[in-house]
Design a binder for this molecule. Structure first.
Ligand code: PMP
Length: 395
């Protein structure tokens, strides 16, 4: 009797279930914001990447509506084949102005920007050095490129330098890959040191500013600005979907880099351009990032306030099991827990206490953790409720 070629799918899912790695999506029944409705109940939202609270800002909504009314809902095809709208190019110029780079190129997502840039810049004869905690899009871009991929220990410049000394000469081109804000940890890459190493070993350096754009740096340009590295030869990647409240991704860098990607990157050439609505919303968000630094200031004030509240409540609460804060220098605060089953239980307990926070498990991360993201639009009362709930799940 013929065997079912799809039978392994069910077996695989059962293995995922047994490891407590099974994932399911929760339905949000309200507009995005610091408070959302989940399963008929209002909960505080500490699970979104909408750092500045722009996703529900009326200016973005109106920009998206106006662009849809003027140009329609879709872009109808690849920009090279079908043409694009002036608003696509305006968005790219706005990104380049924010980042102070010569040019930028907008992709349909940050994931596609990373896949396209990495796989276009290096190939079989080349070497990639990648931080071990890099985002999936950097890792999969590296695999897609066909280059030899070597991971270096997280943020460890000595390990990176040793590996480059051992291997650099055997390869034609070299590309170093790093997140700037690590999305599942909240810490920052040592960008100035990475730049120095890239120069020493004649390597290209690609930095993923997905969680930094709009959040880090005096003008919200990202970690490149935060570390005083603006104007250095870098390939910057980012997303329009987090602090910028829209959808899409980008590469920012030299005019030559952008021209090259426009001609070679398959994830840009062979896919439909960003919708008019997403493009216009992202442009409106960049204008707000530049004109309203007080939003960023409020975000950082909230981060500091939450950290203080957590430190205070934990100083007098006994900790029954380990809820270990990971080092953070961003609005992403992660608490490591012993295993996947425990993180799921904590996620449930937090939900009962009216808090929506992400329970992150392997294989996304090496160790299970509760991930909290702070928004500029959280109030002091929201932060107090979170700190109290966190101290209760630990007692
Ligand atoms: N890079 C990092 C560091 C991310 O966290 C993400 C999104 N989770 C991406 C890239 C992908 O961005 P997008 O959601 O726009 O595909």
């Amino acid at each position: 009797m013929a065997t079912n070629p799809y039978a392994w799918l069910k077996q695989s899912l059962e293995t995922i279930h047994r490891a407590d790695w099974y994932r399911s999506v929760q339905t949000i029944e309200s507009q995005a914001g610091p408070v959302v409705r989940l399963a008929g109940r209002e909960v505080l939202n500490f699970a979104s990447n909408d750092y500045l609270g722009l996703t529900s800002d009326d200016r973005l909504i109106q920009a998206a509506i106006a662009a849809t009314q003027k140009f329609g809902t879709g872009s109808t095809g690849s920009r090279l084949i079908t043409g694009h709208r002036e608003l696509h190019r305006q968005l790219e110029l706005a990104i380049a102005a924010l980042k102070q780079t010569e040019d930028a190129l907008v992709f349909s997502s940050g994931y596609l920007a990373n896949l396209g840039a990495i796989a276009t810049l290096v190939g079989k004869r080349d070497l990639i050095l990648s931080d071990q905690y890099n985002h999936s899009s950097l890792k999969n871009g590296a695999i897609l490129s066909g280059a030899t991929v070597v991971d270096y220990a997280h943020c460890d410049v000595a390990d990176l330098s040793t590996k480059l000394t051992q291997q650099r000469d055997r390869y034609r081109r070299c590309l170093i890959l790093t997140d700037s804000v690590f999305s599942m940890d909240g810490d920052l890459c040592p960008l100035p040191e990475l730049l120095a190493i890239a120069t020493e070993f004649e390597a290209m350096l690609l930095v993923d500013e997905a969680h930094a754009t709009g959040v880090m740096g005096a003008t919200g340009a990202g970690c490149v600005e935060h570390f005083g590295c603006t104007g250095h030869p870098l390939i910057q990647i980012g997303t329009l979907s987090k602090a910028l409240g829209s959808l899409g991704g980008y590469v920012a860098g030299s005019a030559t880099l952008i021209d090259f990607l426009r001609n070679r990157a398959p994830t840009w050439i062979y896919t439909t351009g960003l919708s008019p609505a997403d493009t216009a919303a992202a442009s409106a968000a960049i204008a707000i990032v530049q004109q309203e630094p007080q939003r960023r200031a409020q975000l950082w004030q909230n981060v500091a306030h939450l950290q203080q509240l957590i430190a205070e409540s934990w100083s007098d609460a006994p900790i029954a099991f380990e809820l270990k804060p990971l080092p953070s220098a961003s609005p992403i605060l992660c608490f490591q827990v012993p295993d996947a089953a425990t993180v799921l239980q904590i996620g449930q307990k937090l939900k009962q206490a009216g808090i929506f926070a992400s329970a992150i498990r392997p294989p996304t991360v090496p160790t299970s953790r509760v991930r909290i993201t702070v928004m500029a639009t959280h109030t002091s009362a929201h932060l107090q409720q979170l700190a109290a709930a966190l101290s209760q799940v630990t007692t």
